[in-house]
Design a protein around this ligand. Sequence first.
Ligand SMILES: C[S@@+](CC[C@H](N)C(=O)[O-])C[C@H]1O[C@@H](n2cnc3c(N)ncnc32)[C@H](O)[C@@H]1O
Length: 303
Amino acid sequence: MNVSNTPLSEHTKNLFTQIYEPIFEQYTNFYYNNLESEFVEKYNVIKDPTWPDCTAYSKFAKLPDAIKQECVDVHNFSPKIYYESVKRDFGTYHTQTHVTINDTIVKFIRKHIDVIENKNVIDFACKDGAVSCLASLYKAHSVLGMDVRQDNIDIACSIRQDLQLDINFVLSNLHDYETNKILCKDKDTALLFGIMYHVHDHVDIIDSIFCNNVKNIMIESGIYEDEQPLIWWKTEPTFELRSGWHDSKNEIIVGFPTISWFDLIANYYGYTKINQVTYNIPSSKNSPNDHPGPRAILLYKKG
Ligand SMILES: C[S@@+](CC[C@H](N)C(=O)[O-])C[C@H]1O[C@@H](n2cnc3c(N)ncnc32)[C@H](O)[C@@H]1O
């Protein structure tokens, strides 16, 4: 099945609109604010001192007509034009961050297709089921996606229906360690993508997954680069819309393990690292001070 040519139902489109448009708006504003100086330089624009008042593109409309005219005529620039260019560059629903991550993930999975093909796969923290769908399209024997958010499960189910893929999605919480063990039962491959840097209980989560008979474990995570400390802690502010994991807390401590931490713990459970890739992404949050890349994809096999 060719996914890109498969039309999405109205239901899926509605879900996309509800979930992704506000997120996309946040991302776009983030890039818009961060790249403004680069854009000004590139287009040789003389920045009007009044522009800080219109850092949000929506405020452009409220500028005095004379300034608006000058932005457009004299400097060949307007916040609106700039916003549109940022929007174009970062895609419609998927930001450059997502494009970078997805591209790297797809290449890595294709390279290790043996851990997917004809295998029973569990996709932890599956979000909208993108990776679950990929595993199914790459001929997994079965795919089970889990996520803590009902809206993610809803959209995953809707996409599954549109793509006519045979995947199961369940609502579950990664912090329920006993349930993780049940979900891992009879699975050959566990995927932990984009989740380990959102949690604080790495050891318990890893234990509940690595203690089973899962043969292959693939982890994609934001990582801490240095050897010391093994896990670097930070507070993560709540972004309610896209982060149901915070349980309505305003801030939560989360950890970025190092690759050596993952290696150590995998080794402890009798796994060997087969491959790894590292890559960098821009900050994935709505704040310039947030933790940008690096990230890693790691593949471990039992034995
Ligand atoms: C960055 S997204 C990763 C999405 C997906 N794995 C991917 O790579 O495309 C993080 C996901 O983790 C989910 N999540 C966060 N905390 C969770 C928890 N305690 N249990 C299950 N899922 C959780 C969120 O709902 C969100 O969908």
